[in-house]
Structure formats: structure tokens, C-alpha cells
Write a protein that binds this ligand. Structure first.
Ligand SMILES: [Zn+2]
Length: 125
């Protein structure tokens, strides 16, 4: 049996804090020693939608084990998926809802492309 993975992070208010490191966490390379323990956050690898070099959308697993937040959409001890530019942390049901909304939006984009193709074809006759 393997030992549970842990990570030790220096904090301004609680010194070195050792906590369990979830398997999905991408590490704490950006951790600042002058940050408070309440701000410690596990973050997974980002899933980005980048188009024409512009980051349109990004989502990543997050968990703030010491957060006292009671509003799940603002992040907290329960893992969630942080979505930018929504600025919300979503649960699985909300994530499926977002994916369905994006599917529907993709259909609307294809409709626009169809309309534009028809307009441009008409103009070149
Ligand atoms: Zn972590």
C-alpha cells in the first residue's frame, strides 16, 4: 500500500502546513510563502478553449481545503470546477449543464456560418 501523497507549504499565519495532496492536483509551483493558510488551493490542469490565440474559456478542478466559504460557487473545501470567465466554481450537475449549453451554442455558431456562406454566395452571383 502506498503512502497518501502530501504536500508541505509555507504560510504566513500557520508556518509550514502539510496536507493531503489529491492525485489530480497539478502542484503548487505558484504558491507564495506570504499567503495565508485559508488561501491554500489545489488546482488541476487547465482545460482551455483557445481560438485565434485568444483564451476564450478555461476550466480546472479546484479545492480550497481551509476555506470557510459556505457558498459552493465561490469555491471551498468541496472540490469543484472553476470556470473562467464565469468566475464560478461548479458542481458536476452544473458542469453537465454548461457542456449542454456550449453544445447548443456550437449549433448556433454553425447556423451563423451557414447564413454567412449563403450571404456571401449570393453576393458573388
Ligand atoms: Zn495540491
Amino acid at each position: 500500500m502506498t503512502e497518501p501523497r502530501t504536500v508541505t507549504l509555507p504560510t504566513e499565519d500557520h508556518g509550514d502546513v502539510t496536507l493531503p495532496e489529491p492525485s489530480w492536483c497539478a502542484g503548487h509551483a505558484g504558491h507564495r510563502p506570504d499567503s495565508a493558510r485559508i488561501d491554500v488551493m489545489h488546482v488541476g490542469s487547465a482545460v482551455d478553449l483557445t481560438f485565434l490565440g485568444i483564451e476564450v474559456f478555461t476550466a480546472e478542478l479546484v479545492q480550497s481545503p481551509y476555506s470557510a466559504s459556505t457558498v459552493p460557487e465561490l469555491g471551498g473545501p468541496t472540490p469543484g470546477v472553476s470556470v473562467w470567465p464565469l468566475g464560478r466554481t461548479l458542481d458536476p450537475v452544473q458542469m453537465y449543464g454548461l457542456a449542454a449549453a456550449l453544445d447548443s451554442y456550437a449549433d448556433q455558431l454553425r447556423n451563423l456560418a451557414d447564413q454567412l456562406t449563403a450571404i456571401l454566395t449570393e453576393e458573388h452571383r
